[in-house]
Design a protein around this ligand. Structure first.
Ligand SMILES: Cc1cc2nc3c(=O)[nH]c(=O)nc-3n(C[C@H](O)[C@H](O)[C@H](O)COP(=O)(O)O)c2cc1C
Length: 191
């Protein structure tokens, strides 16, 4: 029987909703892969501010399972049914800090905590600048617990021409870090 990989995707309230849309579109086309979505309250607000209404409406249809942020009884809240990998894209400082300090009163944070305790890949595309020492300490804390901090910075050397191109590059890199087979979407530097 073919093994289906379950990839969690959390859209939190940092800027960069287009990154999440791009990642979900890639995941929807990947064979033997399911995406399990959580949109935080802040994430919903930034989606509506940054994307076109039809793009916001497309998001839930790209996922096999949409979870409610308040539903701490969802299957992915349990280590017995952990996801294969989870990405937080974009990741706000609030969500980063809650993961760093185990504030598991919301599903996104509980599911991320489960990934860390079960030693499974957790990638946080933290988007904020500049950073103060509290932000850096939270990043260090999550890194020491096994998470991967991967801020969505453009690969300028690839000379992207559009925001969509930058988003695709970032989304593919984050998915690659989570162990997804995105060789087709990954643009590599070659000389
Ligand atoms: C348009 C917009 C852009 C934002 N961009 C960022 C950002 O880039 N990074 C960040 O940490 N917070 C950003 N915020 C603030 C977060 O949305 C806010 O802290 C929120 O409480 C995060 O909650 P969440 O982590 O539960 O999604 C932004 C808010 C808005 C409305």
């Amino acid at each position: 029987m073919t093994q289906i990989r379950k990839i969690g995707i959390v859209i939190s309230g940092a800027s960069g909703s287009i990154l999440a849309l791009s990642a979900l579109r890639i995941l929807a086309d990947l064979p033997n892969t399911e995406s399990h979505l959580i949109v935080t309250e802040g994430g919903q607000r930034t989606l509506e501010l940054e994307l076109e209404p039809e793009e916001v409406s497309e998001i839930p249809y790209l996922s096999e399972k949409v979870n409610e942020e308040q539903d701490l009884a969802a299957s992915i809240a349990s280590g017995s049914n952990a996801l294969d990998a989870m990405i937080i894209l974009p990741c706000s400082i609030r969500t980063l800090s809650a993961i760093a300090y185990g504030q598991t009163d919301r599903l996104s944070i509980r599911a991320a905590d489960v990934m860390l305790k079960e030693r499974r890949p957790l990638v946080l595309a933290v988007r904020e600048s500049p950073l103060h020492s509290g932000h850096l300490q939270s990043m260090q804390q999550v890194t020491q617990m096994g998470g991967i901090i991967a801020p969505p910075v453009p690969a300028y050397y690839l000379k992207p021409q559009t925001i969509e191109e930058i988003a695709l590059q970032n989304a593919a890199r984050v998915l690659n870090l989570a162990g997804c087979n995105v060789q087709q979407q990954l643009v590599r530097w070659e000389r």
